[in-house]
Ligand binder design. Structure first.
Ligand code: SAH
Ligand code: SF4
Length: 422
């Protein structure tokens, strides 16, 4: 069963509140500027920023009135000027396996045209809960098997919008880790929390958080939005803010070689590489950025990744495409290529989308391929597809909304002069 909640907030785009800016998702500097504009004197700024920062990112409040140690007049002034709104939910879907997907609408940031949409996915498992977040609207790269790659880049997400995805997910799954957080924040706690990890099921976990891991594997190439993704992940990892351990944050990249070392040195998060092919000729086709940064250079950057050890392995993602990259000779070559790099291998069954030029490898072939990889010492290499019934899997993000756009276009052409013809 798929549960789709159409949020009451899913108003027509024209009704998007353009007036009051939200402070939710801003870092300390952004809060400082906002508080100064609201009249907080210089000598109180530091203290007030710390108060707000903690209310926003430790307690998760979404209402200035809940900030009981902030003076009443200041709370009222903040409420006059700002909101604590999260990105606007268009739809929320819950899969039979507990996976949740949110389609979110963002402001177009003065570029005119339609408000862009992105997706965020929460995947609960017994011993962890992973939030998959987007870094761009669309992508400039054109990996041939990826649905996001068929959409043009609309824009980079701001750091605030990247953090906003985490805040929203914590609101929706009731993950502020405080007994009365839902009541205090006014956040609606869904009553259908099946399969969410609990303290009991997460024997190996030291936290009772539902979101224990963050992966930058949604829409976009995060290393092409370096500064904003970095600022957002710093806030996510900050022990005085969202407190997600850096080793549990994973940036996935198609292989932007010059930025890999910089990302490692400046942030220290875990890394995943979308490899998908073991020969340059094939990778040039599947992941065209390979023409600029070929496999040997990419693997060299991986060997030099600053936070690399047997306890901090790089994940190599390999999408299984029938008759394209799934031969056993390629499995052996994959193992040979990665020798000497502390690595995990993730074989991802290809998720088809309408018009995709590939098919997923047969299950038996995936098992045979996995066996070669397994024998070389890599444990459980096949990633079980999650949330398939709600199209929440890798590479499928935004397929539904694109379909919806297509039908909107049909509707617009059927009703003369009612549409913008876009
Ligand atoms: N741009 C980054 C992160 C987003 S894509 C990157 O490419 O790594 C996240 C992962 O999903 C990547 O490994 C990507 O190759 C994979 N992916 C994309 N489309 C897919 C599809 N249709 N089926 C399975 N995996 C897919
Ligand atoms: Fe962009 Fe990643 Fe998709 Fe390639 S796989 S098109 S880099 S989102």
């Amino acid at each position: 069963m798929v549960l789709t909640l159409d949020q009451p907030s899913a108003a027509p785009e024209a009704a998007l509140p353009a007036d009051k800016p939200s402070l939710a998702g801003l870092g300390r500097e952004g809060l400082r500027v906002a508080l100064a504009e609201a009249g907080v004197p210089e000598k109180h700024l530091r203290m007030r920023v710390n108060q707000l920062y903690s209310w926003l990112y430790v307690r998760g409040v979404a209402d200035f009135e809940a900030m009981t140690d902030v003076a009443k007049e200041l709370r009222a002034e903040l409420g006059r000027r700002y909101t604590l709104a999260r990105p606007q939910i268009v739809t929320e879907q819950v899969s039979v396996d507990g996976t949740r997907k949110w389609l979110l609408r963002l402001p177009s940031l003065g570029r005119g045209g339609k408000a862009p949409e992105i997706e965020t996915v929460y995947i609960p498992e017994a011993e962890r809960g992973t939030l998959c977040i987007s870094s761009q609207v669309g992508c400039t790269l054109n990996c041939t098997f990826c649905h996001t790659g068929t959409q043009r880049l609309v824009r980079n997400l701001t750091a605030q919008e990247i953090v906003g995805q985490i805040l929203l997910a914590r609101d929706r799954i009731g993950d502020w880790g405080l007994p009365k957080a839902g009541k205090e924040t006014g956040a609606e706690l869904p009553d259908d929390g099946r399969l969410l990890p609990t303290r009991e099921t997460r024997a190996t976990s030291t936290t009772d958080r539902k979101i224990t891991n963050i992966v930058l594997m949604g829409m976009g190439e995060p290393l092409y939005n370096f500064d904003n993704v970095k600022a957002a992940m710093e806030l996510a990892a900050d022990g005085e803010a969202l407190s997600v351990s850096k080793r549990r944050i994973t940036l996935s990249t198609s292989g932007i070689v010059p930025e890999i070392a910089r990302w490692g040195a400046e942030t220290g998060t875990s890394l995943a590489i979308s490899l998908h092919a073991v020969r340059d000729e094939l990778r040039d086709e599947l992941v065209p950025i390979n023409r600029k940064y070929p496999i040997a250079e990419l693997l060299e950057a991986c060997r030099n990744y600053p936070v690399l050890s047997n306890a901090r392995r790089i994940t190599f993602e390999y999408v299984m495409l029938k008759g394209v990259n799934d031969s056993l000779a390629e499995a052996r070559e994959l193992v040979r290529l990665l020798a000497g790099i502390p690595a995990k291998i993730n074989l991802i069954p290809f998720n088809p989308w309408p018009g995709a030029p590939y098919e997923c490898s047969d299950w038996e072939q995936i098992e045979r391929f996995a066996e070669v990889v397994n024998k070389a010492g890599y444990a459980s290499p096949v990633r079980t597809p999650r949330g398939r019934d709600i199209h929440a899997a890798c590479g499928q993000l935004r397929s539904e909304s694109v379909k919806q756009r297509a039908s909107e276009r049909v509707a617009a052409t059927e009703v003369p002069s009612s549409g913008d013809g876009a």
